[in-house]
Design a protein around this ligand. Structure first.
Ligand SMILES: Nc1ncnc2c1ncn2[C@@H]1O[C@H](COP(=O)(O)OP(=O)(O)OP(=O)(O)O)[C@@H](O)[C@H]1O
Ligand SMILES: [Mg+2]
Length: 142
């Protein structure tokens, strides 16, 4: 079974579905879920922009909220080991670097994220992770 799973979370419903799949996969196995949100230093989009507008939060606090909300919305059981990570930089690169440094045996991403182009089948972050990862990647396509 997988022992260390890195799930990439960007504040989208796709990413919540990725976390839900991780929960199903790991329930009762003792695996650790590493939830990673990367601040790509771009103007905030969609729900993140709304959050920033509604409350006076720093960028760090916004990404903390993204992770907290993923824990709640994906209903991660309280007995699951969870580590929350925030990094700054190119999202795909940080996902790959972090997967290496924690020794993840699986990376889980959503098929799409907060991007606006509805016709895109696979987002650029999930595509880059799929191309370059050294461990298995699960793309959650709902
Ligand atoms: N900044 C981020 N931090 C962590 N994970 C991310 C980030 N951006 C994307 N991801 C992960 O990659 C998945 C796919 O998102 P991606 O950004 O590739 O698609 P998109 O936003 O629809 O398209 P694009 O960003 O290319 O316009 C997300 O569901 C999430 O798992
Ligand atoms: Mg995106």
């Amino acid at each position: 079974m997988f022992k260390k799973i890195l799930v990439a979370v960007d504040g989208s419903d796709h990413a919540i579905n990725a976390v839900s799949s991780a929960v199903e996969l790991t329930h009762g196995t003792g695996a650790t879920l590493f939830l990673l949100a990367v601040d790509g230093c771009r103007p905030l989009k969609g729900p993140l922009a709304e959050l920033a507008e509604a409350e006076d939060l720093s960028r760090d606090e916004i990404f903390e909220r993204v992770l907290e909300s993923a824990v709640i919305k994906a209903k991660i059981p309280s007995d699951t080991l969870v580590e929350q990570l925030i990094r700054v930089g190119d999202p795909a690169e940080k996902i790959l670097v972090e997967a290496d440094s924690i020794g993840a045996d699986l990376i889980i991403v959503g098929r799409r994220g907060l991007g606006a182009y509805a016709e895109l089948l696979l987002g650029s972050v999930s595509r880059k992770v799929l191309h370059l990862a050294k461990v298995p990647v699960m793309v959650v396509n709902v």
